[in-house]
Design a protein around this ligand. Sequence first.
Ligand code: SF4
Length: 213
Amino acid sequence: MPESSALEPPRDCPACPRLVAFREEQRARRPDWHNAPVPSFGPERPRLLIVGLAPGLQGANRTGRPFTGDWAGDLLYATLLKFGFADGVYDERPDDGLTLSDARITNAVRCVPPENKPTGPEISTCRPYLSGELAAVADGGAVVALGRIAHDSTLRALGVRLAAAPFRHGAEHALGPVTLFDSYHCSRYNTNTGVLTTAMFEAVFARVLAYLG
Ligand code: SF4
């Protein structure tokens, strides 16, 4: 498990009562799982920050590394490897040796929410951790928001009005020191229903790569 840093909530973060109760339930049910806030993954001053929604119950909440162990991770890590933002082999385990290159992955909400649906107050309560991650992105860097909730929380963390930069898959928003790239979330639901294809997802990262040069 990665070491705690200033950007990481404590393992027993008490701030969201509903998520704490769900976490305790999962700890009792599966003591062998991570069942705690999931730390971000990647170097601490990246040029690319990827913001997801929240840990999946049997993905990151189980393994302790963002997007690791579920379908969303299969597509995300394959794409990062393809565009040179990751090195090694992704094997759905936090000890698979995969490393990120100048890229970091975080979530708008660090604890697994029931049914993958955090509430507005939970998203707000966890935002200081996202703000810390955004502040650590190198000037001229890129942020990829996976889905509207990640997009909106990123804007709020940066003090940008939502109406000034509406979410749209493929959109790019210049926000001062960073540029925000929007993508539909790479969830199994979105890919199974054709809302997001591999080609659409890769096109976003091709743009990011071109932007970062
Ligand atoms: S979601 Fe964030 S703020 Fe809420 S309990 Fe988990 S780590 Fe703490």
